[in-house]
Design a binder for this molecule. Structure first.
Ligand code: ADP
Length: 190
């Protein structure tokens, strides 16, 4: 199994690139953000629980994540692996993921970060706000999400660097150029 984590700040293009990676390498794409948004739209118990947290740009509590992830993974049979998009976001989640994969006699194969600076991200997210109207794409909430990313998610880079599973690519440029750089980083591992 090839278990790939696409890592990067909000607005770095994880969603767009994850779909392309999943298609090319025959992996299942799991986006925790998409799962939460679907639950909010459908007003499920989980959706109601997480709606206000997400609209404030805060992180959903770690203990909710691992069951959601396990369920999402179990929906797929006969895939060659997974692209995790938006997960893990905290060191606790990374440890929980290791434990979950370990239970399945599996492990994280590669973590790849998309590098995009704060100014570019803020510009992209504000533009997305106009186009898609996501409630967490307002200026204040965007700032909160970037701060949370820097404080809680960024430290994960060291967690994976220590395990020699970390690579990064420049996340600024055309979608296809960035995709090609990602593929170049993946190919030696797959
Ligand atoms: P982005 O990366 O653009 O911020 P996502 O779609 O990945 O967007 O996530 C949207 C929101 O969903 C996050 O701001 C957070 O509130 C919640 N969320 C998604 N994944 C996680 C996670 N792994 N842990 C905690 N909260 C999460």
């Amino acid at each position: 199994m090839f278990n790939f984590i696409l890592f990067g700040p909000p607005g770095s293009g994880k969603g767009t690139q994850s779909i392309k990676i999943a298609e090319k390498y025959n992996l299942a794409h799991i986006s925790t953000g998409d799962i939460f948004r679907k639950n909010i739209r459908e007003k499920t118990e989980l959706g109601i629980k997480v709606q206000s947290i997400i609209e404030k740009g805060e992180l959903v509590p770690d203990e909710l994540l691992i069951d959601i992830l396990d369920d999402a993974m179990n929906k797929y049979k006969n895939v060659k692996g997974f692209v995790f998009d938006g997960f893990p976001r905290t060191t606790q989640q990374a440890k929980d993921l290791d434990a979950l994969l370990n239970k399945k006699a599996d492990k994280v194969s590669l973590v790849l970060a998309l590098e995009v600076n704060d100014d570019e991200i803020i510009g992209r997210l504000l533009k997305r706000a106009e186009l898609e109207g996501r409630k967490d794409d307002t200026k204040d909430v965007i700032e909160n999400r970037i701060n949370i990313y820097n404080n809680q998610t960024q430290p994960l880079i060291d967690f994976y660097k220590d395990k020699n599973k970390f690579a990064s690519v420049n996340g600024i440029g055309s979608i296809d150029d960035i995709f090609n750089s990602i593929c170049d980083a993946i190919d030696p591992f797959i």
